[in-house]
Design a protein around this ligand. Structure first.
Ligand SMILES: [Zn+2]
Length: 87
């Protein structure tokens, strides 16, 4: 089974290779695919404070009262990995 990381690597290869990716539209389409796949791979939140945390993708500061422990950034949809907080 192809993992999301492998799919992203393949799409990046296609974007970089003119044989597969000839037009600006091809590049835009593949870039959208890469971005949306990349957001599904959980990343750790940045700068976690008591009252806010920062999204590792869009760098928005999110209110911790409303969004602490959310699976996804409320602004851009980046999957958030909170696992380190339990360590
Ligand atoms: Zn975000």
């Amino acid at each position: 089974m192809t993992t999301k990381e492998e799919a992203i690597a393949t799409l990046r290869y296609l974007v970089a290779n003119e044989k597969h990716c000839r037009t600006q539209k091809d590049i835009e389409m593949l870039t959208i695919c890469i971005d949306s796949l990349d957001k599904q791979i959980p990343k750790k939140p940045l700068d976690v404070h008591l009252d806010d945390w920062t999204c590792p993708n869009c760098f928005s500061e999110c209110n911790a009262d409303e969004h602490r422990g959310d699976d996804y950034c409320p602004i851009c949809g980046q999957a958030i990995d909170w696992s380190a907080e339990d360590e």
